[in-house]
Design a protein. Structure first.
Length: 170
């Protein structure tokens, strides 16, 4: 009964059918296109070294039905940070937003080509002036990943800020 009145059987069937179809409908597939899988080579649990010395550990997860790559960094000297990485179908670019426990943040965007994810952006340098940032993730044939982070004040000469090798944890 609906407000003291009998509900017509047709309405009950329509409501029941709508409820059943909504309940039985397959979940949305998230981000199924191949471009959303381009950064999957980075997903995993990693030991990270710089010139053979421990630099930290990184746990990279795929979340939000495959629409987000979430980084959880723990440095060997205690620093921590996280990044959200996602493919924006409207711009056809990957984006990374990084935040760490020293209140630093970085916003980058770029593309995947030739087994490399290259992301660029601008952030304040040590002197507070804008400095170009370039992160390149190399998908190596042996399953390791190299992360090269470079900075430049003029866009011509680049200095290495970090050059790490990721090896999967056993």
């Amino acid at each position: 009964m609906l407000l003291g009145r009998a509900v017509p059987a047709a309405l009950l069937l329509a409501l029941a059918g709508a409820g059943l179809s909504a309940q039985n409908a397959p979940p949305t597939s998230g981000c199924p296109g191949p471009e959303f899988r381009q950064f999957d080579f980075w997903v995993g649990q990693w030991d990270v070294t710089v010139q053979g010395n421990p630099a930290g550990t990184n746990i990279i997860t795929r979340e939000e039905q495959g629409c987000l790559i979430h980084e959880h960094w723990t440095g060997a000297k205690g620093g921590t940070g996280q990044s959200f990485n996602f493919f924006d179908a409207s711009t056809r670019q990957w984006n990374q937003v990084w935040v760490d426990n020293s209140a630093s943040s970085l916003r980058l965007s770029g593309t995947f080509a030739d087994n490399q994810m290259r992301l660029t952006g601008v952030a304040p340098g040590p002197d507070g002036k804008p400095q170009q940032q370039r992160l390149t993730f190399f998908k190596n044939a042996d399953g390791t990943v190299r992360q090269l982070w470079e900075t430049s004040s003029d866009g011509s000469s680049w200095q290495v800020a970090f050059d790490g090798l990721y090896r999967r944890k056993p």
